[in-house]
Design a protein around this ligand. Structure first.
Ligand SMILES: Cc1cc2nc3c(=O)[nH]c(=O)nc-3n(C[C@H](O)[C@H](O)[C@H](O)COP(=O)(O)OP(=O)(O)OC[C@H]3O[C@@H](n4cnc5c(N)ncnc54)[C@H](O)[C@@H]3O)c2cc1C
Length: 499
């Protein structure tokens, strides 16, 4: 067997899908005997939706999610700041709210279209590796020898630990109750709101479906300090809301609750010989901004197209790009989330006053809001700093996400997917738009007069001369040149596709 994926969370499932779409033989195991019921991530960002679209899943997500349109910072029953959302330039310009369990079901169903089912109740107890194979030891005594082992087994990754990959982490000190409950708030807060009181934040986000279904995060660090925190009860939730949230909320039922403690962690490296780690196994941080699961999805795509190529004959050094590109993104995200955490956790009245002033000033500022929306959507993620040619020339550059735009009555992105490369040919003399699909490479000819070809030229920073842009399976630009031969020879060096 070629690839064993340990962990069927979002990262493992997306990895399996990309590998399967590229014709790679893989198995996916999970120690849980049933799918997860615990309530964790709630939002898919624009970039995740773009990637899921290439895997034939985004439409399903759209059907069962809702588009988060607003977020408000409240002071008791009145809005203090409305955080504007400036829709980024994407076919999926929002955060799509659905519980992580719902997404996992959709991913698993799509995986079964490829004939792959999650092997449940199968726990990995240890892993070892050398430069020729990886070995997974299972709790039932079996030993699986594979070409590659992917550790997508979450924050306490056994794969990471037994492969000897270091994980620098620290507890940041906050304790939260997390709950799903049915609540009549008695006021309209939109889909999401946050109260930043003297005991830290209380946040509410509407769940898809019933308008009174809410996800609650509430900072209970001050109560947890020095004593054992009891489980959340309905009565306790009523009193927390009354003291720190909307005055007249009526809690009808408490569906589920848990306690979590915030921590930050980043793996020292993402690969040990034939073991690779991705998602929470590689990085953890608090859930502010809804980035964690989305980062894991992008890790999965970046890693799996490379692994597919290597399995088909590309040099194993292609895998080095995974850590080189994705670890700095995790580092940056951790830095941003940590800044948010500190800001929300402020207890000192002077500090809180300054923070609220600052939030008021930036909340109404369209430029700041545009920047924040873009950043949250993960559309700004670029590998420009680490890939050849990314440091010069017109934008978008090698390493940047390939922009989308209208094309042939649809969208250009409809022609990108994790199972092939795409060559965009901007040719001023071409008479009509053409899409050709050959083994592993789709060629898209974009004449200036094709419907909206002009718009695409502008987005790709292209003038009157011909220009050729090679897009990788993960939707990032590999290279661009005015010489077709140059781009074609780069593809010849990189192709190694399944079909
Ligand atoms: C309270 C909370 C709220 C969050 N909210 C958001 C949000 O709004 N947006 C967002 O993007 N992210 C959010 N996150 C983060 C998000 O949940 C994670 O980033 C995401 O689950 C990571 O996915 P993963 O597949 O890497 O790992 P996981 O989802 O943890 O999946 C790991 C899988 O591996 C399995 N496994 C573990 N060990 C073994 C073993 N030894 N053998 C076999 N199987 C094993 C587990 O059973 C599990 O199914 C939140 C997290 C928390 C805790």
């Amino acid at each position: 067997m070629t690839v064993l994926i340990c962990g069927a969370g979002p990262t493992g499932l997306v990895s399996a899908l990309v590998l399967a779409a590229n014709g790679i033989d893989c198995r996916i195991i999970d120690k849980r005997s049933t799918s997860s019921t615990s309530s964790r991530a709630l939002g898919l960002q624009a970039r995740s939706m773009e990637v899921l679209s290439g895997l034939g899943i985004a439409e399903k997500v759209e059907r069962v999610s809702y588009r988060l349109a607003n977020a408000t910072i409240m002071r008791r029953d009145s809005p203090l700041v409305r955080m504007a959302w400036v829709p980024p330039d994407s076919r999926y310009p929002n955060t799509y709210v659905l519980p992580q369990t719902g997404l996992e079901e959709i991913l698993a169903a799509r995986l079964s279209d490829f004939g792959i089912r999650i092997e449940r109740g199968v726990e990995l107890t240890a892993a070892s590796t050398d430069d020729s194979q990886a070995v997974a030891m299972l709790a039932d005594g079996r030993e699986l020898r594979v070409d590659w082992l992917l550790g997508t087994d979450g924050a306490r990754s056994r794969v990471r630990e037994s492969a000897g990959i270091g994980f620098s982490q620290r507890v940041t000190g906050e304790t939260y109750y997390l709950a799903d409950a049915t609540i009549d708030l008695g006021l309209d807060i939109g889909d999401s709101a946050m109260w930043l009181g003297r005991n830290g934040p209380l946040m509410l986000m509407r769940l898809p479906g019933d308008r009174n279904s809410w996800r609650i995060f509430v900072d209970v660090t001050d109560t947890a300090r020095g004593s054992r925190l009891p489980e959340l009860t309905l009565e306790k939730l009523v009193s927390l809301l009354a003291a720190r949230g909307p005055r007249n909320a009526r809690v009808e039922s408490l569906e589920w609750s848990s306690i979590f403690r915030t921590r930050l962690g980043l793996a020292d490296r993402y690969r040990a010989d034939r073991v690779l780690i991705a998602g929470d196994a590689a990085h953890v941080f608090p859930p502010f901004g809804g980035q964690g699961m989305n980062l894991g999805i992008q890790d999965a795509v970046n890693l799996s197209w490379r692994l597919a190529a290597v399995t088909h004959g590309a040099p194993a050094t292609l895998l080095d790009g995974f850590e080189r590109e994705r670890r700095p993104v995790a580092q940056l995200t951790i830095r941003d989330v940590e800044a948010r955490r500190r800001m929300y956790a402020l207890r000192n009245p002077v500090g809180r006053g300054v923070r609220d002033l600052l939030l008021r000033a930036t909340g109404g500022n369209t430029r700041a809001a545009r920047r924040a929306s873009l950043q949250n959507s993960q559309l700004l993620t670029s590998y420009r700093n680490v890939i050849p040619g990314g440091d010069r020339g017109p934008r978008p550059r090698p390493g940047d996400r390939a922009p989308d735009g209208p094309f042939m009555g649809g969208a250009l992105h409809e022609h990108l997917a994790p199972d092939h490369w795409t060559l965009l040919m901007f040719e001023p003399l071409a008479a009509q738009a053409v899409v050709e699909t050959e083994s592993g490479l789709h060629t898209v000819r974009i004449p200036p007069n094709a419907d909206c070809g002009l718009k695409l030229r502008r987005k790709y920073g292209i003038g009157d001369a011909p220009e050729y842009v090679l897009v990788r399976p993960d939707g990032h630009i590999a290279s661009r040149s005015s010489e077709l031969g140059e781009v074609r020879s780069q593809y010849a060096r990189m192709k190694w596709s399944s079909r």
